[in-house]
Every structure is written in structure tokens, then in C-alpha cells.
Design a protein. Structure first.
Length: 271
């Protein structure tokens, strides 16, 4: 019991340390918010009329878009976990943590928790941005809260993927590339910007079972944001059980990558 309490206490200290780093380097937060805002404006106003369905209903497409932008935003934020760990390794911060009488697991939990707080802040900014372009939550308050929780759970799951990649990367330069490389197929072969049924052949199958698609569809359903007229309705078990599949996917991702990250940290910290 004392070990668990110690881990929580040490994790809180590391979380605060990482949040103070964001405060001292506000360009991190600026980059985390400006990039998704740019995507909102580009897809809503540049491409919205072209892909907003047969009638070019850009207003309805903007409502369809926002859940995808939310998921993409928190997914790309996991790159900060990657770069954060790689930077701490390169600067010797991990060696300093190793010399302290603290829980080793707290270093990973503190990093992923801090990045979860960052994701929450960015989601608030993106919500305001969405409201300004005409997006609205059509569901109940309870459903809206569940929608945000699905996105935050997805962010937490991906932060463990980022933790493992960051601990494997040998430098910040490698981490910058590795942290983003896998994000583009994850986010674009999905229902974030277009209906997954419109993707051809094998890409359609990948999109159907992509956890990113499940997070987007679940959030979209909970927000009550319907697809524009003419968009094909997704079919199949993942689409019909989007919330359940999103939660199960997050649990599986954490179950795989949390032990991998912990094992990798033990290996790195023991050198």
C-alpha cells in the first residue's frame, strides 16, 4: 500500500515538473493549438464546400468535422510525450531521476498525466474554435461529457504509445520523426474527414477497424453531429458499437504499451 501511495505522490511531483516545463516553453502549447486550428479552418472553409456531400453543405460538414479534429489533436499531442522522453534521456534527466529515492514508474505516469492535462487544455481551445465556426453539440449534456471522456481516454492510451517510442528513440531528432510518422496513416485512413465507406477496398476495411475511427464515430454520435446528406452510413460491428469498440481499443492499447514502456524505462534507467 505504501508503495502505491509513494508512486502516486512521486507521479504528482513529476507531473507538476512537466507542466512547469510547458509554462516555461509556451511555444509547445502554442504549437499544440495552432496546428489543429489551421486544420479546422482549412477543412471547414477550403475543402468543406467540395467534400460536404453532394449538395456541398459546408455548415453541416463543419459539424461532422469537429469530432475528427478533436481526435486528431489529441493523437498528435502524443508526439510531445515522445519528444519529452527523448529530451530527458538526451539531457541526462532520466539519470538524475534514477539517482533519487523515487518510484521509477512515477516518471512514466507523470509524463503521460502531464500530457493528458495538455490535451484537456487544447480540447477547451478547440471547443471554442468549433463554436466560433458554427459547430454545436446536439446531444444531451451527459452525452457530451461522455464524448469528451472518450477523446481523453483515447489521448491517454496514445500517450503510452508515445512513451514507449520516446524511450526507444535515441535522440530528439529521431523522436520528432518517429512521433509523427505513424500518426498520418492513423488519422487519415479513418472517418475523421470523410466517411469511411467512401474509402476504396482494403483502406475501407482498415478504416472500419482503426481505433481512431471508433473514437471519432463514438464522439460524433455522442455529440449528436450527423453526417451531411449524401454521406454513406458506416456499417459493420465497429461502426454500430463505436463507443464500446473505442473503449476496448483504448484498454488494449494501454495493456500492451504500458508494460512495454515500463520495461523499456527499467532497461534505460539501469544502464
Amino acid at each position: 500500500m505504501n508503495g502505491v501511495l509513494r508512486t502516486f505522490s512521486d507521479s504528482g511531483v513529476v507531473t507538476w515538473r512537466n507542466l512547469m516545463n510547458v509554462r516555461r516553453n509556451p511555444e509547445w502549447l502554442l504549437g499544440a493549438t495552432l496546428f489543429p486550428i489551421m486544420f479546422v479552418l482549412m477543412f471547414a472553409y477550403v475543402f468543406g464546400g467540395a467534400i460536404g456531400g453532394p449538395g456541398g453543405d459546408s455548415a453541416q460538414y463543419r459539424e461532422f468535422l469537429i469530432a475528427g479534429i478533436f481526435a486528431q489533436t489529441v493523437a498528435f499531442n502524443s508526439s510531445y510525450t515522445v519528444v519529452g522522453f527523448a529530451s530527458d534521456l538526451q539531457r541526462g534527466i532520466i539519470d538524475r531521476f534514477r539517482s533519487l529515492p523515487m518510484s521509477r514508474f512515477a516518471v512514466i505516469v507523470g509524463r503521460t498525466t502531464a500530457d493528458q492535462v495538455l490535451s484537456l487544455i487544447v480540447l477547451v481551445v478547440m471547443t471554442v474554435c468549433g463554436l466560433l465556426i458554427g459547430w454545436r453539440i446536439r446531444g444531451s449534456v451527459f452525452d457530451a461529457v461522455l464524448g469528451y471522456l472518450v477523446i481523453l481516454m483515447f489521448a491517454f492510451a496514445l500517450s503510452w504509445v508515445g512513451a514507449y517510442i520516446g524511450l526507444v528513440a535515441r535522440s530528439v531528432e529521431v523522436a520528432n520523426s518517429a512521433g509523427l510518422m505513424w500518426m498520418f496513416p492513423l488519422t487519415f485512413i479513418s472517418s475523421a474527414f470523410v466517411p469511411q465507406e467512401s474509402l476504396p477496398g482494403v483502406l475501407n476495411t482498415i478504416a472500419d477497424w482503426n481505433p481512431f475511427t471508433a473514437a471519432v464515430n463514438a464522439t460524433r454520435d455522442l455529440f449528436g453531429n450527423n453526417a451531411p446528406a449524401g454521406f454513406p452510413e458506416p456499417t459493420g460491428w465497429p461502426a454500430e458499437n463505436a463507443a464500446l469498440y473505442a473503449v476496448l481499443s483504448c484498454v488494449v492499447i494501454i495493456a500492451i504499451f504500458a508494460p512495454l514502456a515500463a520495461a523499456r524505462y527499467r532497461k534505460v534507467a539501469s544502464k
